[in-house]
Design a protein around this ligand. Structure first.
Ligand code: MN
Length: 196
């Protein structure tokens, strides 16, 4: 299943991105894709209600609870997108290089006034709390809608102070490899030397 907005932005005869397909995990999961496009960013996605709720995080996720990272909500992506790595052609929406930077199951720890909230209700309420079980990131992250400057797509991504927090780590710099293929976004650059 994919969304109208996602489909409408893409020409599937040109882009290698999926228009649908199977989820890579049977349980609720997250995926973070590094995306070297006109602006370099990390796409943070969580499976909610049969699609990937998505945010573009210009500076990427931090493991330091003091860091508040801007996260701009973008269109829902199909679940199968969590398997996508490759080159989106120049001129296409999101043209650039994509790798799966981290991925794994999530636990929902969202709540409101002490009551547990389903993920779709937490998304609606503008405060999603997920415990990540990734290869690089672990522990709880909060996504909080701020509506900064009247922009309802403006959220913040903040690490909670728990066992997964570490102010000295900087995994977006020190661990650039894909958890699926071991490639970096630079490895996907078209070769400058012509093949024979
Ligand atoms: Mn992106």
């Amino acid at each position: 299943m994919s969304g109208k907005e996602y489909d409408g932005k893409r020409d599937f005869s040109t882009t290698p991105e999926p228009s649908g397909g199977k989820a890579p995990l049977d349980e609720p999961f997250f995926v973070i894709q590094e995306h070297a496009a006109s602006s370099h960013h990390f796409d943070f996605r969580v499976s909610i209600g049969g699609a990937l709720a998505s945010w573009a995080v210009p500076k990427g996720p931090s493991t330091d609870p003091r860091e508040k990272r801007l996260a701009v909500r973008t269109e829902d992506h199909p679940l199968a997108y969590a398997d996508f790595e490759g080159v989106i052609p120049k001129g296409e929406y999101g043209g650039g290089r994509v790798i799966v930077w981290d991925r794994g199951p999530v636990g929902n720890v969202s709540e409101k006034n002490g009551e547990k909230l389903a993920l779709k209700d937490a998304l609606q309420a503008g405060h999603v709390s997920v415990r990540l079980h990734g290869e690089k990131l672990t522990g709880v992250y909060d996504l909080v809608q701020t509506g900064f400057r009247g922009n309802e797509d403006a959220w913040l991504l903040v690490k909670r102070d728990d066992d997964g927090a570490d102010a000295r780590r900087n995994p977006t710099s020190t661990q650039p490899e894909s958890v699926l293929s071991g490639r970096t976004v630079d490895d996907l650059k078209p070769s400058l030397t012509k093949s024979p």
